[in-house]
Design a protein around this ligand. Structure first.
Ligand SMILES: NC(=O)c1ccc[n+]([C@@H]2O[C@H](COP(=O)([O-])OP(=O)(O)OC[C@H]3O[C@@H](n4cnc5c(N)ncnc54)[C@H](OP(=O)(O)O)[C@@H]3O)[C@@H](O)[C@H]2O)c1
Length: 272
């Protein structure tokens, strides 16, 4: 049985990766901070799919926590991990200029540095074996500076650029290892509630389901894509953002400072 290790496997996209990979016969290693929630999803996966599931609690906001997972990824032979899904991430509804520096550094660590850490830990074993795959979960927010006063897009841009830089490198090309960045748009998960962002801010047509995102990601990985952008509407948005002159960015940029908190009424968008 192939083995997949999923960070942030207790909720949202990570839990959905776990379900779809369990359904396709993977053994799973799930990690996040909350051990009780990890245990609950492990029970669900064993009951529904008869999957073999191990849970490893770790805080990816610390280098020590990353090393716990990195050590697991460095194991070779029968214990080797075939697919790493670098998915754990956080966001803040409050603007970067009002957050503490500690909060902003935590976001950079969890959303960007931890993914680089685990990618670099997994790659040597996968390259030596001549097989393996890494999905680094980024966001459409990585594609342009559309959300100002937030470090989120910048952290996601690091994930996208780092994944592409490695995927096209001599070290990875032809090694049998596949790297792919996943850039979803708005997905209803626990993300907004944790970030303190009201779901009502996002028009209904912009939501995509976690099921559709993960289905598309796994299909794009099989097809050898380096960047996966689920759904036609977000592919179109990505096309526009890529081809609009960069000097237009301030016109479509949206200030995170304007976001209503969860439980408040959404205000009309201040920017087109
Ligand atoms: N939802 C969206 O609209 C959306 C759109 C684009 C991209 N994304 C990206 O998708 C990924 C998954 O987000 P989601 O929407 O599924 O959010 P979610 O439902 O809030 O899940 C986040 C997961 O990350 C884990 N996590 C958070 N901080 C952690 C830490 N310090 N150490 C270890 N694990 C941590 C959480 O578990 P614990 O709290 O127990 O640690 C949870 O399992 C993120 O990288 C996010 O940036 C989301």
């Amino acid at each position: 049985m192939p083995t997949a290790l999923i960070t942030g496997g207790s909720s949202g996209l990570g839990a959905e990766f776990a379900r779809q990979l369990a359904a396709s016969g993977h053994d799973l290693i799930l990690t996040a901070r909350d051990e009780a929630r990890l245990a609950a999803i492990a029970v669900e996966l064993r009951d529904c799919y008869r999957a073999r599931v191990a849970i490893v609690p770790a805080d990816l906001a610390t280098v020590g926590g990353c090393e716990v997972i990195a050590a697991r990824l460095r194991q070779g032979g029968a214990a080797s991990v075939d697919l790493l899904v670098n998915n754990a991430g956080i966001g803040f509804g409050t603007p970067a200029t009002r957050n503490s520096i500690h909060q902003e550094l935590e976001l950079l660590q969890v959303n960007a540095a931890a993914k680089a850490h685990l990618t670099l830990a997994a790659l040597p074993v996968m390259r030596a074996r001549g097989s393996g795959a890494i999905i680094n979960v980024s966001s459409v927010a990585a594609l342009a500076p559309a959300w100002t006063d937030s470090g989120y897009g910048a952290a996601e841009a690091h994930v996208l650029a780092f994944t592409e830089a490695l995927a096209y490198s001599r070290a990875v090309r032809g090694s049998g290892v596949r790297l792919m960045a996943l850039c979803p748009g708005a997905v209803k998960t626990g993300f907004n509630a944790r970030a303190g962002i009201a779901d009502s801010l996002t028009p209904e047509w912009r939501w995509i389901t976690a099921q559709a995102v993960v289905r598309c990601a796994l299909r794009d990985l099989r097809r050898g894509r380096t960047v996966s952008i689920p759904s036609a509407r977000y592919k179109f948005l990505a096309f526009l953002l890529k081809h609009l002159p960069h000097r237009m960015a301030p016109l479509y940029a949206r200030d995170f400072g304007d976001l209503p908190r969860a439980g408040q009424q959404a205000q009309p968008s201040p920017a087109p």
